[in-house]
Design a protein around this ligand. Structure first.
Ligand code: SAM
Ligand code: DTB
Ligand code: SF4
Length: 364
């Protein structure tokens, strides 16, 4: 099966609405073509900066304007992050995703601290992912140089429904950040939420938008809304497991190579329900008793479920080699007795180049 970037909403809806047995069979068939069905990636979320966000995302307990019970925190220290990452690694995680309740990244000491966190986790041989809000192309390059493996930035819904949920930024802003990440060697993680009151049409619209990205995202989280008291979506009824299964299966079919993440909402799902999602093509979960601010199943319970289902946690860097940080590239050159020519390989204007020109001028 070829990866297609030209799915229409009608085609996607037709898949989404198939009789469930047919849908499961089709999705599982695609899944086996591209993935090992017995392996599931285990990723750990770390909220490195919690709460106080200026945005108005209607689902989010971290938006400053809603009155939720979460306890806000300033940016964590690099040492705290390292300790948590080591703990996650020892309980089977191969990936750490650091989330910050920011509208966008600002250059300065806090971003420098995040870059240091990325370097630190990369050195632990774990895939490191960040979700920090909007980023510029330059910031994406700096994250890449630090050894970032993935950047998470969700489209969250269809373009039409997005406006119903968020007013402080637009769909194009999301696409722009994803485009900036794509200009580097960092992989793209982008998905969305179901259960916000959107229609199947909106779900299909979101999948068309994601599948039309070329290349498609390497990772696609499918979240079920966790309706948090104090947010505008607090009264939303939980989505049924069948909707989750349909969404996962359809995602698998339209994005055959992506890592489909069964993300928020697992505390309300039975093992049987989750097993159906894995059968339908989900091959990643977030482990640990907390997502960013809301509860998640206990890691021991998850490991029991893995044992029961014969699933094994995926090793890191199965899909793409570990990125080399600038320091790693530098020391490799030194070992070979050479000096690296480029310190920022993806940048067109280079300090080295400028220095060379200046030296030539001085000589003349
Ligand atoms: N501030 C950054 C941003 O919005 O991109 C990063 C953090 S934000 C919390 C990451 C993602 O978490 C959102 O895009 C959304 O998909 C998901 N999310 C947030 N609150 C949620 C909730 N209550 N239920 C399900 N998913 C949620
Ligand atoms: C994603 O799509 N889901 C994760 C991760 N990317 C960052 C976050 C889920 C957050 C759920 C609400 C909370 O715990 O605050
Ligand atoms: Fe802020 Fe992200 Fe929450 Fe929106 S989803 S309010 S941008 S932390």
């Amino acid at each position: 099966m070829q990866t297609r970037n030209n799915w229409t909403k009608e085609e996607v809806l037709e898949i989404y609405n198939k009789p469930i047995m047919e849908l499961l069979y089709d999705a599982a068939t695609v899944h086996r073509e591209f993935h090992n069905p017995n392996q599931v990636q285990v990723s750990t979320l770390l909220s490195i900066k919690t709460g106080g966000c200026p945005e108005d995302c209607g689902y989010c307990p971290q938006a400053a304007r809603y009155h939720t019970d979460i306890k806000g925190n300033d940016l964590m220290s690099v040492q705290q992050v390292k300790a948590q990452a080591l703990r996650a690694k020892s309980s089977g995680s191969s990936r750490v995703c650091m989330g910050a309740a920011w509208r966008n990244v600002k250059d300065g000491p806090e971003f420098d601290q995040v870059l240091e966190m990325v370097r630190t986790i990369n050195k632990l041989d774990m895939e490191v992912c960040c979700t920090l809000g909007m980023i510029t192309e330059n910031q994406a390059h700096r994250l890449a140089e630090a050894g970032l493996y993935a950047y998470n930035h969700n489209l969250d819904s269809s373009e039409e429904y997005y406006k119903e949920v968020i007013s402080t930024r637009g769909y194009q802003d999301r696409l722009d950040t994803i485009g900036n990440v794509r200009k580097t060697n960092v992989t793209v993680c982008s998905g969305g939420i179901i259960g916000m009151g959107e229609s199947p049409d909106d779900r299909a619209g979101m999948l068309v938008a994601l599948a039309s990205l070329s290349p498609q995202p390497e990772s696609t989280p499918i979240n079920a809304l966790v309706a948090v008291e104090g947010t505008p979506l607090e009264e939303q009824q939980p989505v049924s497991i069948w909707e989750m299964i349909r969404m996962v299966a359809t995602t698998r079919i339209v994005m055959p190579q992506t890592q489909v993440r069964l993300s928020a909402g697992r505390t309300d799902m039975s093992r049987e329900g989750q097993a159906m999602c894995f059968f339908a093509g989900a091959n990643s979960i977030f482990a640990g008793d907390k997502l960013l601010t809301t509860p998640n199943p206990d890691v021991n319970q998850d490991m029991e479920m893995f044992k029961l289902l014969g699933l094994e946690p995926m090793k890191p860097f199965v899909k793409k080699a570990q990125p080399e940080s600038v320091e790693a590239q530098y020391s490799k050159y030194q070992d070979q007795g050479e000096k690296p020519r480029w310190t920022r390989p993806e940048h067109k204007i280079e300090r080295n180049e400028q220095a060379k020109v200046a030296a030539k001028v001085a000589k003349a």
